[in-house]
Design a protein around this ligand. Structure first.
Ligand code: FE
Ligand code: FE
Ligand code: ZN
Length: 283
């Protein structure tokens, strides 16, 4: 099967050489989107964004038919921590990052909802909703994506219901969507390998498919429901290649930006992009 359709796919890239440089790295691996951390993933420091460099990336993306980017918040941003100072830090990061994203208007900003650290899911959801209502502003051009989580420890966002409760709880739900991570939902217990349609039906009933804005494509080192969150290269894990072919050709998914977060670096991404474009039926 050959199609004209090209999937929007890319990897998670380093910002160390700037924005336009990421576009070039992406293009060289035949990517048409990519992800990057808005700041040090394990710390908090944010390098100032050079507006000229941001504009240069936008021009490069337009020229080469890129889809929307999927920026990633730092892992240390826990909006529902039990420690007030950690929550304060997280709220500041979220708010600053959304302001900074306006230099690259109209893209996606993905974050891990957080870990409630024993306070319970209800309190976790309440704190996340409060933080989103606080940080989102009128005229914000970024769509903020909640990432589906594997359910490691006290992570909020393992079930579609929890994500729906966060989205429905905010006054800013127009600016919110979901990024589905294939490893995370699998580890969370959803059978995307055996019953992709069933999982998407459940997503539609709880969150609504119109909220699904991006995918993280990762195989998993562990069996379904393991709650481990260990990414594997596409086809080398427990989800398997056939499932990824169904993902990249599914009518509800094939138009979404797809981000690889697999081990193997730049060469790994290039090989997986070629593999997945082949599975999608591209020439
Ligand atoms: Fe993530
Ligand atoms: Fe992810
Ligand atoms: Zn993960």
């Amino acid at each position: 099967m050959m199609t004209d359709h090209r999937i929007a796919i890319g990897g998670h890239l380093s910002t160390s050489d700037g924005f336009r440089a990421m576009g070039e790295v992406a293009h060289a691996m035949d990517a048409t989107t990519f992800a990057f951390f808005t700041r040090n993933p394990r710390g908090g420091t944010a390098k100032a964004i050079d507006p000229d460099d941001a504009r240069a990336l936008q021009a490069f993306m337009a020229e080469h038919g890129f889809s929307r980017l999927v920026a990633h918040a730092p892992y240390t941003m826990n909006l529902c921590s039990d420690k007030p100072e950690t929550r304060e830090f997280a709220r500041r990061v979220l708010s600053e990052d959304l302001q900074r994203m306006e230099l690259l208007p109209g893209n996606y900003y993905n974050f891990h909802p957080g870990s409630h650290v024993g306070q319970g899911t209800d309190e976790g959801i309440r704190l996340i909703v409060e933080a989103l209502d606080d940080a989102l502003f009128d005229g914000c051009s970024t769509t903020v994506l909640l990432e589906t989580m594997a359910g490691k420890g006290t992570e909020v966002g393992r079930t579609f219901e929890e994500l729906a409760r966060i989205i429905e709880g905010t006054c800013r739900s127009d600016a919110l969507g979901v990024c589905l991570d294939t490893c995370h939902v699998w580890d969370g217990g959803y059978d995307i390998a055996g019953d992709l349609d069933g999982v998407l039906d459940e997503f539609d009933r709880t969150v609504g498919l119109e909220r699904l804005k991006a995918l993280h494509l990762n195989d998993s080192k562990n069996p379904r429901g393991a709650h481990k969150d260990r990414h594997e290269r596409i086809g080398d894990g427990c989800i398997g290649l056939d499932a990824f072919q169904r993902v990249v050709t599914h009518p509800a998914l094939r138009d979404l930006p797809m981000i690889l977060e697999t081990p193997g670096g730049i060469e790994g991404y290039a090989a997986e992009i070629a593999l997945l474009r082949g599975l999608a039926g591209e020439a």
